[in-house]
Design a protein around this ligand. Structure first.
Ligand code: KIV
Length: 264
């Protein structure tokens, strides 16, 4: 299977072929996802489901690089995007320094930056320097502490215009992909109508493609389930059951049996 490039993603949009994206944080799961999806995101959501924190804020550029390198080793086929953590792109110059490091050290295809119009200058500088950017607009998890929670975007008055301005500004600045999170589907449709780059949605109805966080959709993170998540597996339940059986076997002396012992 050939490696998916940005040209393939544009062709898929042109042919109305849906693009499938999933997050991954390590080589083990990346290898499993490799043949099943078109795109993989090393999201800063790993700070929550992998790191056990309550929010995405707190992960460093170097920690993202560590995980992205592991994911890269597990992939041969999908287009790889790496998330830029909180405030790592606070100014265009800082963004260039941090994104260049991520781009060089991980071999990713694009970096993802949360922000619209206010980050257009950053997107432009990165694009001019040959770094492909996926702009993350709509609900921005890195703003959750500032905003007092996760806010579905596009419901307030004038919100549609603001979101359209964001989409147009980053696109004109050179963003090669858009990630649209947490907005009502009628608003997402409007964004789609102005977008000439593929729009990957999460909690935003049907876009050119979809992304889900692997630990949510496979049921490993089962503390709560956002409305937009469809669970395809009860991962946590299956693992608990398996580990219970293992513990039971060890306690009862059933495991290890002769079958699992080295013989002379
Ligand atoms: O960090 C993340 O996993 C994300 C999601 C929107 C997919 O950005």
């Amino acid at each position: 299977m050939a490696k998916i490039t940005i040209k393939d993603l544009y062709k898929m949009k042109e042919n109305s072929e849906k693009i499938v994206m999933i997050t991954a944080y390590d080589a083990l799961f990346a290898k499993i996802f490799n043949d099943q999806v078109d795109m993989v995101l090393v999201g800063d959501s790993l700070n929550m489901s992998f790191g056990g924190h309550a929010e995405t804020i707190g992960i460093s550029v170097d920690e993202m690089i560590y995980h992205a390198r592991a994911v890269r080793r597990g992939l041969t086929h999908p287009y790889l995007v790496v998330d830029m953590p909180f405030c790592s792109c606070a100014t265009p110059q800082l963004a260039l320094k941090n994104c260049a490091k991520v781009y060089e050290k991980t071999g990713c295809d694009a970096v993802k930056i949360e922000g619209g119009k206010d980050f257009a200058a950053t997107v432009e500088l990165l694009s001019k320097n040959g770094i492909a950017v996926m702009s993350h607009i709509g609900l921005r998890p890195q703003l959750s502490r500032f905003q007092g929670g996760y806010k579905v975007s596009g419901r307030e008055k004038n919100a549609l215009n603001l979101l359209l301005d964001d989409a147009k500004a980053v696109q004109n600045a050179g963003a090669v992909l858009l990630l649209l999170e947490g907005t009502v589907s009628s608003v997402a449709n409007e964004v789609m109508s102005v977008a000439n780059v593929p729009v990957i949605g999460i909690g935003a109805g049907s876009c050119d493609g979809q992304v889900l966080v692997w630990s949510d959709m496979l049921g490993f993170f089962d503390e709560f389930k956002p409305k937009f998540v469809k669970r395809y597996l009860n991962g946590a339940e299956l693992v608990r059951e398996a580990v219970k059986n293992y513990a039971n076997d060890v306690k009862k002396g059933i495991f290890p049996s002769e079958e699992f012992e080295y013989l002379k």
